[in-house]
Design a protein around this ligand. Structure first.
Ligand SMILES: NC(=O)c1ccc[n+]([C@@H]2O[C@H](COP(=O)([O-])OP(=O)(O)OC[C@H]3O[C@@H](n4cnc5c(N)ncnc54)[C@H](OP(=O)(O)O)[C@@H]3O)[C@@H](O)[C@H]2O)c1
Length: 113
């Protein structure tokens, strides 16, 4: 059984929270009473997306950080923890895809002669 009150007053950070799955997660957490730090790398996008959730008042907050920048992540997490006294959840949603190698296959694997 899902405990709908589980996230009540929990302090959460959602990386890549300004769009897609991250945005939907922010909204769902807000509905469940959490305090949500919508984190993203583009200040304008984050501001705009957070404004769409302004009905949640002080529950919605923003954080600017690029998850590929270790210092920005460390500072953002530390600041949040100090400001709120704790951090309950960090949802590491922001996606980074770097192909590890060329996806071109040699002819003998593609059937080309
Ligand atoms: N959608 C799917 O079917 C699917 C399937 C499997 C896994 N996933 C994973 O689920 C996650 C979310 O997917 P999605 O479909 O919601 O993707 P999306 O709509 O492209 O959203 C990705 C979010 O991550 C942010 N982001 C990307 N790189 C970032 C960085 N370096 N620092 C901070 N934020 C960054 C983007 O910010 P900007 O707006 O600034 O670009 C955007 O807000 C990803 O990790 C993805 O790999 C998705």
């Amino acid at each position: 059984m899902v405990d709908l009150e589980y996230y009540q007053d929990k302090i959460c950070i959602v990386t890549g929270g300004n769009s897609g799955i991250g945005y939907a997660l922010c909204e769902e957490l807000l509905k469940r009473g959490a305090v949500v730090y919508m984190a993203g790398r583009d200040p304008e996008k984050v501001k705009k997306s957070a404004e769409q959730l302004s009905d949640y008042g002080n529950q919605i907050k923003t954080l600017i950080m690029d998850v590929t920048d270790e210092k920005q992540v460390k500072d953002a997490v530390e600041d949040t923890t100090v400001r709120k006294g704790r951090l309950d959840f960090l949802f590491n949603n922001a996606g980074i895809f770097k192909p590890p190698c060329s996806l071109k296959l040699p002819p003998w694997k593609t059937g080309d002669s």
